[in-house]
Design a protein around this ligand. Structure first.
Ligand code: NAD
Length: 505
């Protein structure tokens, strides 16, 4: 319920903050202190309708504006974002908890997509074929869809919406972003930036809320497409519901990313990268590393190297202090921390050896923060739920295996297919891995890489429902629909006359 002492984070509709009248709110915490710092409005039916009406109005203006003018506004947005991104990073750290440099990193990766979008005229060009038959030309146009919905998770409040909205807007659509209710302020900040950049009112809208807001977007006939990122059960629900309602949909789900380490790999490189990818952002990344598959005899040596590195990690308030910035911040909520702890308990009960235990970590001066220390588990059974399910915390698991083939089989038998990596000096093995693995994004001596903006992001299996990945050329295809036009300008002197036969070349 709303609390008189904390501010209520509103919606952004028709180019302005829009206070909620729903009477429903959810608390927003600073996860490093555990304090409730705001309440976020949870939209009702009238507010969903207002956001949709605003986006429809925005679309009418924006989709008719020349590409040159649209491009200038996107360039301006990019320039403002680049100049003011430290403000945005502070908001991300306050509500999400990740360390400031990591918040800056997420903004930089989002900005890449804005930069790609500035080149949109080239990416939404149609094609032209002259004289396909005598005097007949065929060409294609790519037009925007209309109002598009973007529903995002808590773990990247800037980057994930930016996987979609720069491209959607560049292509001439208007958008409604439904941020995670756990860290909603970044989306409002970006709305204000668009306004400053000169985007017409109604083209970028923020609808805060929970399932009711999501269902409102899924059911609104005016919303033409849904781009969703979040957990797998919700992704599947979004995919099925949006498709049933006749919408275009891409729904990215959860992950359980494995790194396969062959015995010839450089174990210092492997240990560095496993620690970076396993514990960065406290493991709350869909491209976090969860499992190291160590082909024996390397496991003992690798575990020692990882342990040494974990001992150097500092956990604390992501905003930092006089002593500098910690390496990782807290988890998003107390409930999520309890869930992560439960998975470590399950791993232990199932015979896993807890090599480093972060369950009881306390951060001095931040006793009420949602911290969880880096945890390392050895010898985990691949039957354990702690192995098969996504944990989404700073928990790295080592599974000892005997061969390359066993590693490929384990990875391919998992439910998810988001990211994976192989560490080896054997080019032939790496090539075989990239060919045989059933995963959407692969690193070779690079841990679980997020592709650059001009390649697309997306996994396989339970990590992506739908057939369009995020951003890159696939992003432009998702946010446009094509028309093919066959045209003939008759020379009155050479009129073809009546012919009821089926037209042929
Ligand atoms: P989540 O599924 O709980 O929430 C995502 C969004 O769905 C939020 O906006 C939320 O308000 C909404 N939502 C939640 N429950 C809903 C319901 N019952 N009906 C309708 N909407 C609902 O996910 P999260 O906890 O915010 O994010 C973490 C998850 O996201 C992890 O599983 C992670 O792997 C995944 N993720 C995946 C990718 C990817 O690219 N594949 C990227 C980032 C995060």
């Amino acid at each position: 319920m709303s609390n008189a002492t904390t501010p209520v984070i509103p919606h952004w509709i028709d180019g302005a903050r829009s206070e909620s009248t729903s009477g429903r709110t959810a608390p927003v915490h600073n996860p490093a202190t555990g304090e409730v710092i705001a309440q976020v409005a949870l939209a009702n039916e009238a507010e969903i309708a207002a956001a949709v009406a605003s986006a429809q109005k925005g679309f009418e203006i924006w989709s008719e504006m020349s590409m040159a003018r649209r491009q200038a506004i996107i360039f301006k947005f990019r320039e403002l974002l680049n100049n003011k991104k430290t403000e945005l990073a502070a908001i991300v750290t306050e509500e999400h908890g990740k360390v400031l440099s990591d918040a800056m990193g997420e903004i930089a990766r989002g900005q890449e997509v804005v930069e790609l979008a500035t080149g949109f005229p080239h990416l939404i060009k149609g094609a032209f074929s002259e004289n396909v038959s005598t005097g007949i030309d065929v060409y294609s146009l790519k037009q925007p869809l209309g109002v598009v919905g973007i529903i995002s998770p808590f773990n990247f409040p800037v980057m994930v919406p930016m996987w979609f909205f720069p491209i959607a807007i560049a292509a001439g659509n208007s958008v409604i972003v439904k941020p995670s209710e756990k860290d909603p302020s970044a989306a409002l900040w970006m709305a204000e930036l668009w306004k400053e950049a000169g985007l017409p009112d109604g083209v970028f809208n923020v609808l805060n809320g929970d399932k009711e807001a999501v269902d409102g977007l899924l059911n609104a006939p005016e919303v033409q497409s849904i781009s969703f990122v979040g957990s797998t059960p919700i992704a599947q629900y979004i995919y099925e519901t949006a498709a049933k309602n006749g919408k275009r949909v891409q729904a990215l789900g959860g992950a359980k990313n494995h790194m396969l380490v062959l015995p010839d790999a450089d174990l210092n490189l492997v240990a560095d990268q496993a620690v970076n990818a396993g514990y960065g952002a406290a493991g709350e990344r869909c491209m976090a590393l969860s499992v190291v598959l160590a082909v024996e005899p390397v496991a003992d040596e690798l575990i020692e190297k990882i342990k040494e590195r974990i001992a150097t990690l500092r956990v604390g308030n992501g905003a930092g202090n006089e002593a500098g910035e910690p390496d990782l911040g807290p988890l998003i909520t107390a409930e999520h921390r309890a869930k992560v702890k439960n998975y470590v308990d399950i791993a232990e009960a199932d015979g896993g050896r807890i090599v480093v235990d972060g369950r009881d970590l306390k951060v001095e001066g931040h006793e009420d923060g949602f911290f969880f220390g880096p945890t390392l588990i050895d010898n985990l059974s691949t039957e354990s739920r702690a192995y098969t399910e996504e944990i989404f915390g700073p928990v790295l698991q080592i599974v000892r295996i005997e061969s390359f083939e066993e590693g490929v089989k384990l990875i391919n038998s998992g439910a998810y297919g988001n990211g994976t990596a192989i560490f080896t000096n054997d080019g032939g093995a790496a090539r075989r891995f990239q060919h045989e693995i059933h995963v959407g994004m692969i690193g070779i001596n690079v841990p679980i890489p997020v592709p650059v903006a001009y390649h697309s992001f997306g996994g396989w299996k339970a990590s992506l429902f739908g057939d369009a990945k995020a951003y890159g050329v696939q992003g432009f295809d998702f946010f446009t629909r094509e028309k093919a036009i066959t045209s003939r300008w008759l020379d009155p002197a050479k009129h073809g006359g009546i012919n009821l036969g089926f037209p042929q070349n």
